[in-house]
Design a protein around this ligand. Structure first.
Ligand code: PHE
Length: 343
């Protein structure tokens, strides 16, 4: 068969195959089929040598032209495949940056923790520092050293939870006052501390009582500390905590470890009008306080001629209830987010 004619047929066949090829692999196979070492064009080129001198350049030129044309055609198709698979890749990896992200739930501090921090911060600003003590306490620290020897009637002021403990009399501390003893037995005056912590009493839970609650104790010991310092300190605290317009009132009271002792009230938010919170009195009881009893100083080895001091103890839940208008103490322990999220 005439080689020119063969070349024309080959061109037609190649065009049909190449333009319908579906993949890069198919195109590579076609390149081998036509242009490879044993490919169809190569076969034709090999036969050119046998042709006559005048046919040789004509067929040769034609064969080269078809080969170049085929090469460009295949290259061109390959490029198109490469480009479209790149575009597909882009499409499949597309990220919708307008999609809103998942918002993490943000927690917060419990109102009791917040209140402890508020109270402690006020005393830190006065130069106090924070001390802590154990919740499982000895009878000695909780009572005896605080001027309540065994069988002292004042022990019954607290409904104590005792622990079975052969050898040593252990209990769950009924107040944070034992930390006064622990600190004074370790340190020399001046002492200016606040002591936040949990305390335990054998109480039945109701709207104002829980068997576990929080207290903050305060203790100031130095030369020349007077009752006026106690009043000034508690007035400063009350005004920072409840509002600059607040007044404080001291009522005589009794604690075995302070003498004299007082119960301290802050003027109510109703401004003396009388409301449900203060039960019409215009005053809210916030803490117990007094001048440290000389017997306590004797117990820890302080010279009570040289040093005087005051102490106070407040219930954190009670303070938070008054400040934030919470009517039931059990709400603090129910862990209902609808309540907790308000603060
Ligand atoms: N510890 C006493 C209580 O829990 C409060 C208090 C502390 C009173 C310090 C006076 C001085 O009732």
């Amino acid at each position: 068969m005439d080689l020119i004619f063969q070349l024309e047929k080959l061109k037609e066949e190649a065009l049909a195959l190449i333009s319908t090829a579906q993949s890069e692999k198919e195109l590579e196979d076609l390149r081998v089929k036509f242009l490879g070492r044993k490919g169809e064009i190569t076969m034709i080129l090999r036969q050119i040598g046998k042709l006559s001198a005048e046919k040789k350049p004509i067929v040769g030129a034609k064969a080269n032209e078809v080969r170049d044309w085929l090469e460009t055609l295949i290259e061109d198709r390959l490029l198109r495949f490469k480009r479209s698979s790149f575009e597909e890749k882009l499409k499949s990896e597309l990220v919708d940056i307008t999609l809103p992200g998942r918002i993490p739930r943000r927690g917060r501090k419990h109102l009791i923790t917040q209140t402890i921090e508020e109270i402690v911060d006020i005393f830190l600003s006065l130069g106090y520092w924070v001390a802590e003590g154990p919740e499982v306490e000895t009878d000695y620290h909780n009572f005896t050293a605080l001027n309540m020897p065994p069988h002292h009637p004042a022990r019954s002021l607290w409904d104590t939870l005792y622990l079975k403990s052969p050898g040593e009399d252990l209990l769950l501390r009924t107040h944070t006052s034992p930390v006064q003893i622990r600190v004074m037995q370790k340190e020399k005056p001046p002492i200016f501390i606040v002591v936040p912590g949990k305390v335990y009493r054998r109480d039945v839970a109701d709207s104002s009582h829980l068997p576990v609650f929080h207290q903050i104790e305060g203790l100031a010991v130095d030369e020349g500390i007077t009752f006026a310092d106690l009043k000034g300190t508690l007035e400063f605290f009350s005004q920072r905590m409840f509002g600059a317009d607040k007044r404080v009132r001291f009522r005589p009271s009794y604690f075995p470890f302070t003498e004299p002792s007082a119960e301290v009230d802050v003027s109510c938010f109703c401004e003396g009008e009388g409301c449900r919170v203060c039960k019409g009195s215009g005053w809210l009881e916030i803490l117990g306080a007094g001048m440290v009893d000389p017997n306590v100083f004797d117990e820890v080895g302080y010279n009570n001629e040289e040093y005087t001091g005051f102490a106070f103890g407040m219930g954190v839940e009670r303070i938070a209830m008054l400040k934030y208008g919470v009517s039931d103490i059990r709400l603090f322990f129910d862990n209902d987010l609808r309540f907790l999220e308000q603060f």
